[in-house]
Design a protein around this ligand. Structure first.
Ligand SMILES: C[S@@+](CC[C@H](N)C(=O)[O-])C[C@H]1O[C@@H](n2cnc3c(N)ncnc32)[C@H](O)[C@@H]1O
Length: 245
């Protein structure tokens, strides 16, 4: 299908019969991006002690701790926002090269002020492959951004990171709103109805792990408080070759 890129507005139009029509996933992306652009100046989840950010500081600390244990020379961060996680990583890994991606230029203006020696790039994570600058890292981290994507795309993005972007043997460390399984997520949705954002896709660990395992990913999940998870994702070990003797 023919596509026309309108870079100024960040949209892609596709040929539909005689006319051009804005493809729904880009229309969606434009809506979410403008939401974050306008949020950048007063974005402060650390001050929000309630759902969905009740476990925010602990999630960021755990991601930074797990990332630092691997001593990566190059680390990639997805959806950096105002660089709250980036700062924690910089404190633990003062010499690492940090590359951060976000589709909000306004968020990245604040991120650059917070961690001037990191490299920040505007890019929509729905656009794969990721830019070349993201390559050759050993660890990718993401806090409170994967809920932007449905489970299919989460698995696609993680698979692409492990297969194409990170160095072989790389690891993704993700922290986000999450629950043990679909049932407990449904219960929480009912209990937290007024605070629940229906546009976001929170993790249901059991079902997500099953789906990702079927695509060759191996995931360890760790519960952080009642509404948050940290996930460590790697390529599943290849089965040993069949005995040829
Ligand atoms: C809730 S904030 C989290 C920011 C930061 N990681 C933190 O924990 O404070 C989500 C961030 O992801 C970014 N984001 C959302 N969807 C994105 C996409 N499709 N591509 C790139 N960045 C995206 C937003 O601009 C925003 O900065």
């Amino acid at each position: 299908m023919a596509a026309v890129v309108d870079a100024r507005r960040g949209r892609v139009w596709s040929q539909q019969g005689e006319g051009l029509e804005l493809r729904p996933r880009y229309r969606w992306s434009v809506h979410r991006r403008s939401l974050f652009e306008s949020w950048a100046d007063d974005y402060d989840p650390a001050a929000d002690l309630d759902f969905p950010f009740g476990d925010y500081e602990r999630v960021l600390d755990r991601i930074a701790e797990l990332a630092a244990q691997r001593r990566p020379p190059r680390i990639l961060e997805l959806g950096v926002g105002t660089a709250n996680l980036t700062r924690k990583i910089r404190q633990r890994l003062p010499a690492a090269k940090i590359i951060g991606i976000d589709f909000s230029a306004a968020m990245l203006t604040r991120a650059r002020e917070a961690v001037p020696d990191a490299r920040f790039v505007v890019h929509d994570l729905r656009e794969l492959p990721l830019p070349a600058v993201a390559r050759a890292c050993q660890v990718a981290v993401a806090a409170y951004v994967l809920h932007e994507f449905d489970d299919d795309f989460k698995v696609r993005l993680l698979s692409a990171l492990l297969a194409e972007t990170l160095e072989p043997g790389g690891v993704c460390i993700v922290g986000d709103v999450g629950f043990a399984d679909v049932r407990s997520r449904d219960e929480a949705r009912r209990a937290l109805a007024e605070k629940w954002d229906p546009d976001e896709h929170y993790f249901a660990a059991s079902e997500f792990v099953a789906r990702a395992s079927a695509q060759g990913l191996q995931i360890e999940t760790e519960r952080i408080g009642p509404h948050a998870l940290v996930l460590v994702i790697e390529h599943a070990a290849m089965p040993p070759p069949p005995d040829s003797t």
